[in-house]
Design a protein around this ligand. Sequence first.
Ligand code: NDP
Ligand code: MG
Length: 383
Amino acid sequence: MRTVSVLGATGSVGDSTFKVLEELPDTHRVVSMVAHSNDARMVELARRFRPELVGLVDRAAAGRAREALAPSGIEVIEGDDVAVEALRATSPDLVLAAITGAAGLASSLETVTRGASLLLANKEALVMAGNLITRAAAASGAAIVPVDSEHSAIFQAIHGEDARAVRRIFLTASGGPFVDREAGSFADVRPEDALRHPTWEMGRKITIDSATMMNKALEIVEARWLFDVPAEAIEVLVHRQSIVHSMVEFVDGSILAQLGTPSMTVPVRHALGYPERVETSSSYFDIEQFSALSFEPPDAVRFPALDLGHAVARTLGLSGTALNAANEVAVAAFLDGATRFDRISETAARVLDALEDVADPDLEQILAADAWAREEATRCLSR
Ligand code: NDP
Ligand code: MG
């Protein structure tokens, strides 16, 4: 029996995770779950999965959950640090890290420092502090198993291969809702247009990231850290059907791809089962429905975020932290109706330009750069 903590339990990846965990009652036991403020969903999940402990950042939400769960004996904790506290209190073997954004950094670091397996959806943590997370994992022996579908595909294709045999990584991208939108018209995009993704159903922040293709920029950096490949070896391909989740080209000319339905249950199941393959009662893929698979180079004019991703993967240092923080601020402003869609990538570019970089930063420097980049992005957006 492996014990599991689900961080970001009430979100979209959380939903996929619990769908898979329902199928695994004999091998996986949920010991803790954490979210921000959705107590209604949390109480429902807690009643179903019976963890030892539940954490909610929002204190009022935690109070309501505590009352509702009192008869069950499940402990409810509250406050900004619930994710790290939940890991310390319940010592899980596996941590499904699905908090959105920089808020997931502390718990992702805590996971690998403790030597637990980090099943990572929260790519922003790795973009911010890939040096610290990979180093702590190497020191403790913790496995990092990607949940992001592209990286799960690459992980599976590379598994058991010599790292030197990898020539190129083809990171596939659906292209999002605006892949064919006229290049000059991005200033007019409204939040409701950007929130309509053609192939994936996801949380709001990552859905906007997919529309700007900043998601792919973050994923370039994520791949850089996970697979230790140079930025030049990572190529983005627009693949509209979202069936081929990524591909790896080897020095002998072979290319290995991983395919499947665009459902996060597939990479989540892989990560929860790893190193074994667990059988599923659902989601087998009808390949005949997808006889036409297309691949095209992305358009760097429509999607300036892509070049930022490559630049950050080359530079590393604090640039990932700055890119992520500026993007988080600009996406929130866009969703609030306070800025234009095309200003998201522009703001990230400006903040990167103004960054005073440091090689191999420590946590204090990363957190300081995160705070600085948020202020700088806010300044850019108010201009
Ligand atoms: P959602 O917005 O759907 O869910 C986010 C989850 O994080 C919610 O449970 C939310 O709680 C919780 N949360 C937010 N802030 C905090 C905090 N400070 N402390 C604790 N919990 C917090 O996001 P997604 O599920 O879509 O994405 C989660 C992560 O996975 C992101 O990093 C994303 O990039 C990545 N990812 C997502 C994919 C997808 O298909 N959705 C695919 C690949 C990667 P509450 O509900 O209470 O607000
Ligand atoms: Mg992805």
